[in-house]
Structure formats: C-alpha cells, structure tokens
Design a binder for this molecule. Sequence first.
Ligand SMILES: Nc1nc2c(ncn2[C@@H]2O[C@H](COP(=O)(O)OP(=O)(O)OP(=O)(O)O)[C@@H](O)[C@H]2O)c(=O)[nH]1
Ligand SMILES: [Mg+2]
Length: 204
Amino acid sequence: MKILREKSIHITTIATIEQMDEYFDKTDYGVVLCGRSNVGKSTFINAFFRNGLARTSKTPGKTRDVQVFSFTIADRDGEERQFTAFDLPGFGHARVSKQERKRWDILIADFFDTFHTKCLFLHLMDAQHPFLENDRLFHEFFHKFDAEHWQIFNKIDKLKKQSDRAKFKNILKSSLTTSFAISADKKQDLKQLEDAFISYLLKQ
Ligand SMILES: Nc1nc2c(ncn2[C@@H]2O[C@H](COP(=O)(O)OP(=O)(O)OP(=O)(O)O)[C@@H](O)[C@H]2O)c(=O)[nH]1
Ligand SMILES: [Mg+2]
C-alpha cells in the first residue's frame, strides 16, 4: 500500500459556499488539513503527497482559500484509488483584515457543514504550543458534526530541550484522540501516520 506521489495534482481552489456545493458530488473521500495558521498544513501536503504541490510560507496566512488536491493510493493488489486532500486556511489569523478573517471563518464553518461525512480531519497543532484558543474552535466543529478527527502534533524537531520533550510526551499519553507526532518539514516519523491514514482511507 502506498501513495503514488507522481499522480498527485492540484485540482481547484474553493472560495465560496457555491463552489463547495458544486465540488461535493465530485468528491469520493478525502483528508482535510486543518488547524491554526502556520502549523504546517501545506508543508504536510508536500511531505505526504508530493513536494512542491502546496504553497508554504514563513508568514502566517499563506493559504487563503480551500485548496483541493487529488492523490492516488495503490492497495496491496496494485489497484489504484483516488482520494481528495483539502488544505484549509488557518483559523482566525490575526494579521489579516477583520473582513478577510470573517470570510475565512465562514468558509471553514461551511466546509465542515458540507464535507463532514466524507472526510478524515487531521487537526494539526504546533508541538511546541498545542491546544491554543483556536484549537478549541476546531474541537467544537468536530463534536458538532461528529467528524472523524485525529490530532497531529507537527514540528517535533523543534522540541530540543529534554524538559520540552518530557512535557510533550505527557500530553501525548493523556490524549484520548488518535494522535501522531511528526516533523513534516524534516520528514521525521511520517511512516506510522502514512500507514494509518492509508489503511483508514482504503476502508471507506
Ligand atoms: N521546523 C519545522 N518547521 C516547519 C515544519 N512544518 C512546517 N514548518 C514551517 O512552518 C512554516 C509554515 O508552514 P506552512 O505549511 O505554510 O503552514 P500552514 O499551516 O499551511 O499555514 P497557513 O497557510 O498560513 O495556514 C513554514 O516556514 C514551514 O517551513 C516542521 O515540521 N518543522
Ligand atoms: Mg497553508
């Protein structure tokens, strides 16, 4: 079972609820990268699906609409199946105008409303600062829509101090949700997560 990276492509950009409705019927099953701005959602797309596919940036707020990608998985018999990956804009980022922020927040709320039955939600957090205010907003969505969601703690390469790593291990241990700790940028510890979501997707 593996992702055929050469077959990953950018499909479209969704900026309005009408475009979302239109896309719904075309979608088989998908994974959604969600979480605060700058936690590494677009870097995750590049690490798992194909380098250079999504635009990343040091400046938070890079992904402004919902970016839609298609990726292909070959199962054990070599049969190929296509899935969708959605890269959401970061929730509630402060450095954009109030109006733009409102548009994003509505877009994300609409996204959950439309796609919650068809997606595995990967909630990315920065391992250095997990469970911040906006992460709670995502939790509200997961519970409201009863959406399948896993927690992904990214940037573990930045946990350099032993005390930080120990604190983080405790957070992971006490988590009640399926959780993974990775570094998307340094491509660290990706395999276990990749195997898990491939298996999950092939069952859908
Ligand atoms: N050290 C480290 N840096 C990372 C990691 N993942 C992403 N980054 C960096 O974090 C910054 C933000 O990454 P993006 O992938 O653009 O973040 P995003 O969540 O898509 O951000 P928005 O589009 O603004 O919501 C970039 O400078 C990345 O290189 C990681 O695992 N380790
Ligand atoms: Mg992004």
